[in-house]
Design a protein around this ligand. Structure first.
Ligand code: APR
Length: 187
C-alpha cells in the first residue's frame, strides 16, 4: 500500500507538537514509533496487528515472545525490524462491552502508557491507529475523542515533535479531521 495520505497536518498545539491525521497503512510510516493495537498475548492477530507483523517480518514475533504478554491499557516496546519505523509500541485496548466496565479509562490508558514509553525512549514522532475501534468494537467517535484528548494532555511538555493519527478508512479519517481542531481549541 502506498504511504498514507496526510489529511490534515500542522495543527499545532500550544506545546508546538504537530498533530496530523493520515489515511493509510500505519506499517508504511517512517516515524520513530508506530503503535500496534495488539492483544494481551502480543503474539500477533488480524487487523493492524497482522499488518504490522507482516511488514516487520518474523523477528518482531521472536522479540514479542520474550515480553510475556501485556495487560489491557498497558504498553510494551520492541524494535521495528523491516518496518520503516524504528520501534513498535504494542498496547492492548479494551474490548467494548457497553461502556460500564471502565473501557473509556482503559483506552485512555493505552494512549497514556504508549506516550510515557515513547518519552522514556526518546521517541519524537509517533503514529497511532484507532485503537479498539475494529475487532474490539469501541464506538469510533468516543474512541477518537479519548485518543486526541489524552494525546494532547500527555504531550504538554513538548516531548513530541509529531503525533499522527493514522486511519485506515475515509470515515475514520474524516472523524479525526473533524474532532482534532475542536479538541485543540479546547486546550
Ligand atoms: N493501518 C492503520 N490502521 C489499521 C490498519 C493498518 N494497516 N489495519 C486496520 N486498521 C484499523 C482498523 O480499521 C481500526 O480502525 O485499526 C483500527 C483497530 O482495529 P483492529 O486492528 O481490529 O484492532 P482492535 O479493534 O484494537 O482489536 C484488537 O484485533 O487484530 C486483533 O490481535 C488483535 O486481538 C487484537 C484485536
Amino acid at each position: 500500500m502506498s504511504a498514507p495520505e496526510i489529511i490534515r497536518s500542522d495543527v499545532t498545539s500550544t506545546s508546538k507538537t504537530r498533530f496530523t491525521v493520515a489515511l493509510g497503512d500505519i506499517a508504511s510510516l517512517p516515524v520513530d514509533a508506530i503503535v500496534n493495537a495488539a492483544n494481551s498475548s502480543l503474539l500477533g492477530g488480524g487487523g493492524v496487528d497482522g499488518a504490522i507483523h507482516r511488514a516487520a517480518g518474523p523477528d518482531l514475533l521472536t522479540e514479542c515472545r520474550t515480553l510475556n504478554g501485556c495487560k489491557t491499557g498497558q504498553a510494551k516496546i520492541t524494535a521495528g525490524y523491516r518496518l520503516p519505523a524504528k520501534h513498535v509500541i504494542h498496547t492492548v485496548g479494551p474490548v467494548w462491552n457497553g461502556g460500564d466496565r471502565g473501557e473509556e479509562e482503559l483506552l485512555a490508558s493505552c494512549y497514556r502508557s504508549s506516550l510515557a514509553l515513547a518519552r522514556e525512549r526518546g521517541v519524537r514522532t509517533i503514529a497511532f491507529p484507532a485503537i479498539s475501534t475494529g475487532v474490539y468494537r469501541f464506538p469510533a467517535e468516543q474512541a477518537a475523542g479519548i485518543a486526541i484528548r489524552t494525546s494532547l494532555d500527555e504531550s504538554k511538555d513538548g516531548a513530541f515533535e509529531a503525533i499522527i493519527f493514522c486511519c485506515f478508512g475515509d470515515d475514520m479519517a474524516a472523524l479525526y479531521d473533524r474532532l482534532l481542531p475542536r479538541e485543540l481549541a479546547g486546550t
